[in-house]
Design a protein around this ligand. Structure first.
Ligand code: NAD
Length: 297
C-alpha cells in the first residue's frame, strides 16, 4: 500500500492519479477520487490522459512517462483494459481471470494491475438487489464491462448465464473464460436475445446500447420478462430507456451508477491505502453527472 506521510495537513503527502482512455472527457471518476481525498484531508490530483487529445504515443511509452512523472496510480478504460496487460509486473487474481485491468497501482518502479469493475458490479448488486432469484440470467454484451459483469454474476451464484453479443465470437470467448473459472454454472451463448430472455430471473445490459451517444434499447420492451430484475451498467444517462421501460413493466431495477461508484471506492483504497468517504464520492458523482447533463443541453 502507498505510504503517505502522517501529517497530511502539512501538504507533504500529495497523490497523483491519472485516467488513460479515449473519449474520457465525461468520466466522473476524477471528481469522485478528488472528493474522497478532500474528505480525508489530503491532496489528490486526478488527471485525464485522453488518448483522443494527447500525443500519439504507444501505451507502453505513456506508462513509462506516468512512472517518470511520479503518478501513484492509473485507471485504465476503453480501449486499453486488455492492451495494458503486457506492460504490468503483477496481476490480481480477478484481473487475470477476466484478462482485463482498470486500475494500475504504480509503486517502487513496479506496476500492479487490478480489476475493480468486478468488485464494483458485485458490491452494487449486493447493495441494490439483495436476495433476487438467480437461477437463469441473460447478459447482453460481452466486452470489457461484460467480462466483469459475468464474473460478478457467477460469483453471486447465477445458475445459468445466457450470453448474447452481436459479435458472437466475443460471447464465445467470454463463455470459455468463464467456464474455466469452474464456478459450476451453465454458460450458454445465445443467438436471439429476445427468445433467450424468456424464463430468465434477471436481464443485465452490459452493452453500450442506451448511452447518450448510442440511444436505443438492447432488448425490445415486450421481451423484458415482467417479473424479472433488470440491470443496466450504462451510467450516462443514469436512467436509460431500457431501465425506465423495465421499471414501467414492474421490474426491480439497478442502474450503472452503483457500479461506477464502487469501482472507484476500491480503486481509491488500492491507490491510497485508505477507505474513502463513500458519501463524498456519491455526491461528487451526482454533481459531475448534473454538470455534464447541463453541458450537453
Ligand atoms: P466494449 O466496447 O468493450 O464492449 C461492448 C460489447 O457490447 C461489444 O462486444 C459489442 O459487440 C456488444 N454489443 C453491441 N451492441 C449490442 C447489443 N445490441 N446487444 C448485446 N451486445 C451488444 O464496451 P464496454 O467497455 O464493455 O462498455 C459497455 C458499456 O458499459 C458502456 O456504456 C460503458 O460506459 C459501460 N460501463 C459501465 C461501467 C460502470 O461502472 N457502470 C463500467 C464499465 C463500462
Amino acid at each position: 500500500m502507498l505510504r503517505l506521510p502522517d501529517d497530511r495537513s502539512a501538504g507533504r503527502g500529495s497523490v497523483l492519479i491519472g485516467l488513460i482512455g479515449a473519449g474520457i472527457a465525461e468520466s466522473r471518476t476524477p471528481a469522485m477520487h478528488e472528493a474522497a481525498a478532500l474528505a480525508a484531508g489530503f491532496s489528490l490530483v486526478y488527471r485525464r490522459l485522453d488518448l483522443d487529445l494527447g500525443p500519439d504515443l504507444p501505451l507502453q511509452e505513456l506508462l513509462e512517462l506516468a512512472d517518470w512523472m511520479g503518478f501513484d496510480g492509473l485507471n485504465v478504460t476503453y480501449p486499453c483494459k486488455q492492451a495494458v496487460l503486457p506492460f504490468l509486473d503483477e496481476l490480481s487474481e480477478n484481473a487475470r481471470a477476466v484478462g482485463a485491468v482498470n486500475t494500475v497501482v504504480l509503486r517502487d518502479g513496479r506496476r500492479f494491475g487490478h480489476n475493480t469493475d468486478i468488485w464494483g458490479f458485485t458490491e452494487a448488486f449486493r447493495d441494490e438487489l439483495p436476495d433476487v432469484p438467480r437461477t437463469r440470467v441473460l447478459q447482453l454484451g460481452a466486452g470489457g464491462a461484460g467480462s466483469a459483469v459475468a464474473f460478478g454474476l457467477l460469483s453471486e451464484g447465477v445458475g445459468e448465464l445466457r450470453l448474447f453479443d452481436p459479435d458472437r465470437a466475443r460471447a464465445e470467448l467470454l463463455a470459455r473464460e468463464m467456464a474455466e473459472l469452474g464456478k459450476g454454472a451453465e454458460i450458454v451463448v445465445v443467438e436471439d436475445a429476445g427468445e433467450a430472455a424468456e424464463g430468465c430471473d434477471g436481464v443485465v445490459n452490459a452493452s453500450p446500447v442506451g448511452m447518450q451517444k448510442m440511444p436505443g434499447m438492447p432488448l425490445p420492451a415486450a421481451a423484458i420478462p415482467a417479473d424479472a430484475w433488470v440491470v443496466d451498467v450504462v451510467y450516462f444517462p443514469i436512467e436509460t430507456e431500457f431501465l425506465a421501460t423495465a421499471r414501467a413493466r414492474g421490474c426491480r431495477v439497478m442502474g450503472g451508477g452503483g457500479m461506477a461508484l464502487w469501482q472507484a471506492v476500491r480503486a481509491f483504497e488500492l491507490f491510497t491505502g485508505e477507505k474513502p468517504d463513500r458519501r463524498a464520492m456519491r455526491e461528487a458523482f451526482a454533481r459531475a453527472s448534473r454538470l455534464m447533463a447541463g453541458a450537453e443541453e
